[in-house]
Design a protein around this ligand. Structure first.
Ligand code: HEC
Length: 112
């Protein structure tokens, strides 16, 4: 019996998710909260940006945050502020910070 299209789609998505790189270090959101003090001037401890040029990072997926911080660190993504900040972050720092900001729940209210 051949799989139904929806089954094939779900299997494809599961395979794609499994292929995503898992954060290397075990992530500790509580430790990330402490480490986020160095981010709070711009992104807030709660992940809601405090300056107009910084993005909100609350509730972003852990994988996305991890990937962006590593990209800043490696130079794949460049920004005059973030490249300098990410340079000093270890894999564990990045995992913890990503876990912290990803764990914050956000809600969106659309305009009328
Ligand atoms: C002095 C201000 C400042 C500080 C401190 C700072 N950031 Fe940023 N961050 C920025 C700005 C500005 C950007 C937008 C970069 C761009 O335009 O590409 C950014 C971008 C990011 C992004 C990418 C977001 C996205 O949507 O792609 C992440 C993740 C991030 N910062 C995490 C952190 C973490 C974690 C810390 C603390 C270790 C931190 N930042 C500290 C200013 C700051």
């Amino acid at each position: 019996m051949t799989a139904k299209p929806i089954t094939r789609l779900l299997l494809g998505l599961a395979a794609a998710a499994a292929a995503l790189p898992a954060p290397a270090a075990a992530a500790d959101a509580a430790a990330g909260r402490q480490k986020a003090r160095q981010c709070q001037t711009c992104h807030g401890l709660d992940g809601i940006a405090k300056i107009p040029i910084a993005p909100h990072i609350a509730g972003e997926s852990q994988i996305y945050l991890d990937t962006q911080l590593k990209a800043f660190r490696s130079g794949k993504r460049e920004h005059e502020i973030m490249s300098v900040i990410a340079k000093d972050l270890s894999d564990a720092d990045i995992a913890d910070l990503s876990a912290w900001y990803a764990s914050i729940e956000i809600t969106a209210t659309m305009p009328e």
